[in-house]
Design a protein around this ligand. Structure first.
Ligand SMILES: NC(=O)c1ccc[n+]([C@@H]2O[C@H](COP(=O)([O-])OP(=O)(O)OC[C@H]3O[C@@H](n4cnc5c(N)ncnc54)[C@H](OP(=O)(O)O)[C@@H]3O)[C@@H](O)[C@H]2O)c1
Length: 255
């Protein structure tokens, strides 16, 4: 039987890597995308499934399209697209943030995700078959101080996912937005705080965050649903986290 094929962006670390391990155990062949080719090679060695490595920056759209269009024939039909590559940069408030950081988040989390979807979707519609799993975030549902463009980019992912559902009605192509809260054991905070490990450790101190494996388990469950079932969005938090964050600024002055 022909193996099914999944394309995973951001497969060199964190959730993307865990998703690759999970899907290889379900018998998928994998197209693995990230900038760090050596990490993709290490992953390929660890997996017992055919892999095609696509080492590139997802925001280099021309290069991404060219590499994708020259993939080997065995990897031609993409059954599952996991738009996972993404990042948050800093926690500065909107008046102090670096413009370049906002630009990088929008280009990676929104534009690259939309671009790759646009590349892969026509063949899915033509085959009347396919599943797109986007990685949103609870930051897209609940505002927090310093979340500014990161949260907004994930709100884009949610609405884009639901608008894809609207466009794809009448086809058997499915779309899911996975919406995790705090996840440990990834490079997410190391990237966000530019390698400041004290800041990274403070995020995960004295609490039990989700793990990449928890999200990989969810991805395994989503891809295993029968074709008539579409999981629109799935919000997952560790038990130690809750959406409880409305802020009230108090002053000593009486109104
Ligand atoms: N960790 C959390 O708490 C959390 C919570 C909710 C949602 N999420 C979302 O989950 C997704 C994965 O996060 P993670 O925690 O697994 O982070 P991570 O460990 O930092 O992994 C991010 C992955 O994205 C890739 N990537 C980043 N920019 C890229 C680019 N321009 N081109 C190609 N690949 C790029 C990285 O690979 P290279 O560096 O090798 O390119 C890496 O493989 C993200 O979309 C994130 O927003 C994370």
């Amino acid at each position: 039987m022909k193996l099914r094929t999944a394309l995973i962006t951001g497969a060199s670390a964190g959730l993307g890597r865990a998703a690759a391990v999970a899907l290889s155990s379900l018998g998928y062949r994998l197209i693995l995308v990230a900038r760090r080719e050596e990490k993709l090679r290490e992953l390929e060695q660890a997996l017992d499934t055919p892999c095609h490595l696509l080492a590139c920056d997802v925001t280099d759209y021309e290069n991404l399209a060219r590499k994708l269009s020259t993939r080997p024939e065995d990897f031609y039909d993409i059954d599952v697209l996991i738009n996972n590559a993404g990042l948050a940069l800093g926690l500065a408030t909107a008046d102090k943030v670096e413009w370049q950081d906002w630009q990088t988040m929008i280009e990676t989390n929104c534009l690259a995700l939309a671009f790759l979807t646009r590349q892969v979707l026509p063949a899915m519609v033509e085959r009347n078959h396919g599943l797109i799993i986007n990685l949103g975030s609870t930051a897209g549902n609940y505002a927090y101080k310093g979340g500014n463009v990161y949260g907004a980019s994930k709100a884009f992912v949610d609405h884009f996912s639901m608008n894809l559902r609207a466009d794809l009605i009448g086809t058997k192509v499915r779309v899911t937005n996975l919406v995790p809260g705090l996840i440990g054991e990834t490079e997410f905070s190391k990237v966000r705080f530019q390698g400041d490990m004290d800041a990274v450790d403070a995020v995960y101190a004295n609490c039990e965050a989700l793990t990449p494996q928890d999200i990989a388990n969810t991805i395994e469950w989503v891809v295993s649903q029968p074709q008539h079932v579409n999981i629109n969005r799935l919000e997952i938090m560790p038990t130690c986290q809750a959406p409880a964050g409305l802020a009230v600024h108090k002053t000593s002055d009486t109104p």
